[in-house]
Design a protein around this ligand. Structure first.
Ligand code: G3I
Length: 358
């Protein structure tokens, strides 16, 4: 009785501040939230949090962004705030303020945190400069960074994307990066080992894009993870980003077959950055939005059918704050599950239906 009162309060209270339109549309739907349904399935469901949106929402108390985040999700990822260049403005000089606020928000709302990202070829601080640093200095800088982040947040992060996008799209070998050139191919194993020393409680993730449906790149990641496991490197999960921006539609079976190969290696499987652009789908906008819902549903169902699948995350939740708006320079993009006015789209209902097995 007491529990159901709490659940009812959680489901209804934030609607009051999400605006009358959102209230009407959401109240037509099942009153359960994504996070309640996910919890019943034993998984975590979440979204990336934009630094700008989070900051503005807190300053202006813009309720829809924060309410939906807390109400619908039980895990979050800082979209950019945890990246090397965004944290360390000079060697050893860190600005933790945004990340601290996100970790506090997560704790307050009983949400887990997936940290993102440790080692990446992008968001490298300008002061990491092979023209003036020796390879040994670059290695030390990366090690210091991983220890700095791991020590500060190790007890509070559930997962950490330690290595991001290390496989090259054309050669399917290791991507040429400042880290590969300075440290050598071992940089990946080293990064995971440092992260584990610094944050022994966190589960450590290899995260990449373009690998959800199998193929050469997925095979290369599979082989990489296999080799790392063989060497006893602490890698606990593989993240499949799932930016479906070009009208890709994969069958549930194709995705499950691919994901299962990874969970068979003994790692958890995460969908980490899902978004689905609509413009390459057939039909008018209404039809495209329905197809988008179906694509979200198919990926979630494939994920739910995979043993060892534990975290399903989108790269944001509202089209108002989505990287595709800027990065893809296609203003008609509407890749997420709420529209720009925080109105739920069919994709939200589709995810709920998939979680509820309807
Ligand atoms: O916030 C500043 C703004 O103040 C400034 O005026 C403007 C000028 O360029 O830049 C803004 O920062 C941008 C930031 O996004 C916020 O919009 C950065 O330039 C831009 O580089 C940054 O892009 C991010 C990108 O990673 C590179 O770090 C995207 O938001 C973020 O969504 C994207 O996320 C990546 C994942 O980390 C890894 N997987 C792919 C995914 C999508 O590319």
């Amino acid at each position: 009785m007491y529990l159901s009162l709490i659940v009812l309060a959680m489901a209804t209270a934030p609607l009051l501040s999400a605006g009358p339109a959102a209230q009407t549309q959401e109240s037509r739907m099942d009153r359960s939230t994504l996070r309640e349904l996910a919890q019943r399935r034993g998984i975590l469901i979440g979204a990336a949090v934009s630094t700008n949106a989070f900051g503005e929402a807190r300053a202006a108390r813009e309720q829809p962004y924060l309410d939906i985040l807390a109400r619908q999700f039980n895990i979050l990822t800082p979209e950019n705030a945890g990246k090397f260049a965004n944290l360390a403005w000079a060697p050893g000089q860190y600005d933790w303020s945004t990340l601290d606020a996100m970790f506090d928000f997560a704790a307050k709302h009983d949400m887990k945190v997936r940290m993102h990202t440790g080692v990446w070829h992008m968001a490298v601080p300008k002061w990491i400069d092979p023209a003036v640093m020796t390879p040994a200095q670059i290695e030390q800088a990366l090690k210091d960074h991983i220890f700095a982040v791991g020590k500060r947040y190790g007890d509070r992060m559930a997962y950490w994307d330690v290595v991001n996008e290390a496989i090259d799209d054309k050669t399917f070998g290791l991507r040429k990066t400042v880290w590969l050139e300075a440290i050598g191919p071992d940089y990946i194993a080293k990064a995971f080992r440092w992260a584990h020393q610094a944050a022994p409680k966190a589960k450590l993730v290899y995260n990449d894009y373009g690998i959800i449906a199998g193929g050469d790149k997925a095979n290369a990641v599979l082989e990489l993870v296999k080799q790392l496991k063989k060497q006893g490197v602490p890698v606990h999960a593989v993240g499949f980003q799932c930016h479906l921006l070009n009208g890709e539609r994969h069958s549930r079976q194709t995705i499950t077959d691919n994901l299962r190969r990874f969970s068979d290696l003994g790692v958890e499987v995460h969908i980490t950055e899902m978004d689905v652009a609509i413009e390459k789908f057939e039909g008018d906008r209404a039809a495209q939005i329905q197809t988008q819902a179906q694509v979200y549903r198919t990926v979630l169902e494939a994920f739910l059918a995979t043993p060892g699948a534990t975290v399903f995350q989108m790269w944001g939740f509202t089209d108002r704050h989505s990287w595709v708006n800027n990065f893809c320079k296609r203003p008609t993009e509407a890749a997420l599950i709420y529209d720009r006015d925080y109105q739920p789209k069919p994709a939200l209902g589709a995810l709920m239906d998939a979680l509820a097995g309807r």
